[in-house]
Design a protein around this ligand. Structure first.
Ligand code: NI
Length: 399
């Protein structure tokens, strides 16, 4: 069936979507603390005519799922937005800046929630003609994915993906120029692993190193050796990152410490590389440590799997993106090493994740994500709503 004119309708409701975004922006809440945000979303979805509106089905009172049930039988497609903010003190000077001290929507999730409400509004308006249903997932705690794991909690809870045949998600993206839709047909964002290697030595006086087993020297050699993971262990055409972010050692200039602790991250697009990386860090730690009479132990956590788009879904999105953003404004991107917990959904159902560019020098919207002056080009919001509505409509009509 010919799709409704979501593009024109989205332009008509642009002010509503922008107002929603500004409301969320003024009232940011941290990961798994999105209580008022969830209430606002649930109330709005109910008013729009959604069914099965449920808050906090994930063991906490945050996050919302809801259904738009079409007038005809068919499949179920999910659209997901994340809704949490960051522990950042806002310095944008915007009239609708954060009213919650020390908390800021510095990643665009305010826009994600608003765009999905916009898509929901338009899909509700045509639901009689819709073959199948749309599951709306307003996911808590994306930002705190390492510790609190929003998407993992949603997926494990089971309700959000029950009966879902495909899923789409978007992220407003300041490194990409405003008005451009970016996608990949495979790996889009990396896995995010974290690790801590403890190097145990024997401390002592800084002037008597021969009486110690100095863990700082072992740590230095280990850090250098870790650099060879990418250059010597990975197939050259593949990608990985292994970085040390924290070194903890000692407390006095004249004392050789007992222990050094190294903490870092590892990123890649393949589960095997992540396994190999853990093995490599352990091997290098143990063996270089032993050479310096130190022992080591490693804790390694796989926090986020890689976000890998399903080609068919990515291409469906790109095709619809060309209608919304223009044929010249849809681009296949290189993957990024940043992680995103949309990956948990893609492990369960086919789907794709897209970047909507919001970077515009003239509008001061090119600040990096998580920066205290980060903001978005609001002119892209209604396009995001149209894009999401169209992806859902077209998937259901092709299914
Ligand atoms: Ni984000």
């Amino acid at each position: 069936m010919k799709s409704p004119d979501f593009i024109a309708r989205a332009k008509e409701i642009e002010n509503v979507v922008v107002d929603w975004r500004r409301h969320f922006h003024s009232h940011p809440e941290l990961s798994f603390d999105e209580v008022e945000t969830s209430k606002f979303i649930a109330k709005t979805l109910t008013e729009l005519g959604c069914e099965n509106v449920q808050i906090g089905t994930f063991g906490r009172p945050t996050g919302v799922i809801a259904d738009i049930k079409g007038g005809k039988p068919g499949k179920c497609v999910a659209l997901r937005a994340d809704i949490d903010a960051l522990p950042v003190t806002e310095e944008t000077g915007l009239p609708f800046a954060s009213q919650n001290a020390g908390v800021m929507h510095a990643c665009g999730h305010d826009g994600h929630a608003a765009m999905l409400l916009g898509a929901a509004k338009m899909l509700c308006e045509v639901k009689d003609r819709l073959p199948g249903s749309v599951r709306l997932i307003f996911q808590p705690s994306e930002e705190s994915a390492v510790v609190k794991q929003g998407a993992r909690a949603v997926v494990e809870d089971g309700k959000a993906l029950a009966g879902v045949d495909a899923i789409f998600g978007v992220h407003l993206w300041s490194p990409l120029e405003a008005g451009v839709l970016g996608y990949t047909t495979g790996a889009m964002m990396a896995c995010s692993d974290s690790w801590t290697l403890k190097i145990h030595g024997k401390g002592g006086h800084g002037a008597a190193p021969h009486q110690t087993h100095d863990p700082t020297v072992a740590a230095g050699q280990i850090i250098c050796a870790l650099q060879t993971f990418v250059s010597r262990e990975i197939e050259p055409i593949k990608n990985a990152v292994l970085s040390v972010g924290i070194m903890k050692a000692g407390g006095a200039f004249n004392v050789i410490p007992e222990e050094v602790e190294l903490t870092g991250t590892a990123r890649s697009f393949e589960p095997q590389i992540s396994l190999d990386c853990e093995d490599f860090i352990r091997r290098v730690g143990e063996n270089i440590g032993a050479a310096f009479r130190c022992t080591t132990d490693l804790e390694y956590s796989r926090n986020l799997p890689p976000t890998v788009n399903h080609a068919e879904m990515a291409l469906l999105g790109a095709e619809n993106g060309r209608k919304v953003f223009g044929a010249d404004n849809v681009r296949e991107l290189k993957p990024t090493m940043v992680g995103e917990d949309f990956s948990f959904y893609l492990e369960k159902v086919p789907g794709a994740f897209f970047f909507i560019g919001v970077g515009d020098e003239a509008k001061h919207t090119t600040w990096p994500h998580h920066h205290c002056r980060f903001t978005i080009d609001e002119a892209q919001l209604h396009k995001g709503s149209a894009f999401e509505a169209l992806c859902a409509w077209e998937f259901l009509n092709k299914a």
